[in-house]
Design a protein around this ligand. Structure first.
Ligand code: NOJ
Ligand code: CA
Length: 519
């Protein structure tokens, strides 16, 4: 059973570097998050996911952890984070930290010990071959940097050596099985890290590269899944209120492996991309721009079946065991404002926030912050443009920091019309106020929350997309023209609407760029 609080949870993802700086050093901090908890609550978000905030050389924005139990001094102290847990709980907000179990930083003490020539407790904590000139069966590896005569396997960037959870079918002497005492020790070490934070008040984890633990040939992920099931047993026994969300995007596997939620990620050609990200800019593909055919683009040649084909298969298979998490964006993706205008975003969010499962809102997407064209920072590359400081108001640095502009972690949006929270709070039709209204509606209607059944009703091209959530009927029309569905909604009460929506004579007529929830 998933913790009950997930039924009505709406998450807010915070990239701590860029949320709110309270000491003028140009970088966001825990005190800044604490200061803004009321704002987060006012949005209708009642849970947080904070990107890695642990001690790190920051070659991958903190996904290269140097010490799992110590926070990075630039954000504050461990005590500040414990205080953040306490203050958030007082306001009914749960807090997930980011667990990076697949790799550490090359500066982690475990790795420093592991690379030594002399055998020690950490010799097998990472995956090493047994000779300085031996590669690793197609896996990326580094040689020439260690005292021991061996090469080691990477999990992501060069700075991120892979932790050793073993091989499903070891067939070389240097490959250990998943039940070898040393690979079990890796798993236990990660469980110890989880216990440490849970004991200090954290409410669970977003898990980085959750599918990456057991190296080949774990194609069906039975080895990796066995590890997560073991972790889940610990949680069920000792921390039944703790929640786990996986960066996996394969809910059939992830939710069966013990996760409560799995992210629906932006895989090229996938269902989620067809909704909001069906384009390919030249700078990404190296060719010509591809026309944006996202479902929520006003002038797209839209077809909701491209989303439903993948989603319904996942949803039907997993609705009894866990949640699929839809997101506006995350720190790895281009912001949705890159290709969608605010009026298009309103409808996209209206859809995301009325779907089953547990939704995630990335900081700044609630005001439609732009994706900026910036040089890479901390291993961000193209992702850097989605990691810029939160835009609070019209004051210096858009209210993010009192520091001087050139000390900021990243520059703020220089545009004269850069959206801000203060600006949008005043406008009843702003994206921000639309998000607030949608989330308030979700909290008020159990049928819009995680568990109520989702049934597509009208999916034909050229018509509104109509779906049922429990006893509610929801319809969306992203097009710039009137469309009509033969759906009997006569006499139903309108709970919320964007634009025009009229039900009469067994027909539902939806005006240009409209959305409605009917009871
Ligand atoms: C996924 C994280 O979301 C991303 O930001 C990071 O670079 C990689 N995993 C490596 O940890
Ligand atoms: Ca700071």
């Amino acid at each position: 059973m998933a913790p009950k609080w997930l039924k009505d949870a709406v998450f807010y993802e915070i990239y701590p570097q860029s949320f709110k700086d309270t000491n003028g050093d140009g970088i966001g901090d825990f005190n800044g998050i604490i200061e803004k908890l009321d704002y987060i609550k006012s949005l209708g978000c009642n849970a947080l996911w904070i990107n890695p905030c642990f001690d790190s050389p920051f070659k991958d924005a903190g996904y290269d952890v140097r010490d799992y139990k110590k926070v990075a001094p630039r954000y504050g102290t461990n005590n500040d984070l414990y205080r953040l847990f306490g203050e958030a709980h007082k306001k009914g907000i749960h807090v997930l930290l980011d667990l990076v179990p697949g790799h550490t930083s090359e500066e982690h003490e475990w790795f420093r010990q592991s690379q030594k020539a002399e055998k020690n407790e950490y010799t097998n904590r990472f995956i090493w071959t047994d000779f300085c000139f031996q590669g690793a069966k197609g896996l990326p590896y580094i040689g020439g940097e260690s005292e021991r005569s061996a090469t080691y396997i990477l999990n992501f960037f060069k700075c991120q050596p892979a932790l050793n959870y073993g091989f499903l079918h070891p067939d070389e002497p240097w490959q250990l099985g998943i039940d070898h005492p040393d690979t079990i020790a890796t798993r236990e070490a990660m469980k110890d890290v989880m216990r440490f934070w849970l004991d200090h008040g954290c409410d669970g984890f977003r898990v980085d590269m959750a599918a990456s633990l057991v190296k080949f040939d774990d194609e069906k992920k039975s080895g990796t899944s066995a590890i997560w099931k073991n972790v889940r047993e610990m949680l069920d026994a000792d921390y039944p209120e703790a929640a786990m969300v996986s960066e996996w995007s394969d809910p059939k596997l992830a939710l069966r492996a013990g996760y409560h939620m799995d992210f629906y990620l932006n895989h090229p050609g996938g269902g989620y991309n067809s909704l909001m990200r069906d384009y390919q800019p030249a700078w990404w593909a190296g060719e010509e721009d591809k026309k944006d055919n996202s479902y929520f683009k006003k002038d797209a040649d839209r077809d909701i079946s491209r989303f439903l084909g993948e989603y319904m298969d996942w949803y039907e298979d997993t609705k009894e065991i866990g949640y699929i998490s839809m997101l506006t964006c995350n720190h790895d993706t281009v912001r949705p404002r890159f290709n969608l205008e605010p009026d298009e975003l309103k409808l996209a969010y209206a859809f995301l926030f009325t779907m089953p499962g547990v939704p995630y809102l990335y900081y700044g997407d609630e005001i439609g912050m732009r994706y900026l064209d910036l040089p890479t920072k901390e291993g961000g590359y193209f992702r850097t443009g989605s990691r810029t400081p939160m835009q609070w108001d019209e004051s210096a640095n858009l209210g993010f920091s009192d520091g001087c502009a050139d000390s900021l972690y990243l520059p703020v949006d220089p545009a004269g019309d850069a959206p801000t929270v203060a600006g949008q709070e005043k406008d009843p039709y702003s994206l921000l106020n639309t998000v607030k209204a949608l989330l308030a509606l979700r909290h008020a209607q159990e049928d819009l929350q995680a568990d109520a059944p989702f049934v597509p009703v009208c999916t034909e091209k050229g018509k509104p997309f109509v779906y049922q959530r429990g006893a509610l009927l929801v319809a969306v029309n992203p097009a710039g023209t009137d469309v009509c569905a033969e759906v009997d909604a006569d006499g139903r009460e309108c709970l919320y609407k964007i634009g025009k929506a009229e039900a009469a004579d067994g027909k539902l007529v939806m005006g240009p760029q409209s959305f409605v929830v009917l009871k």
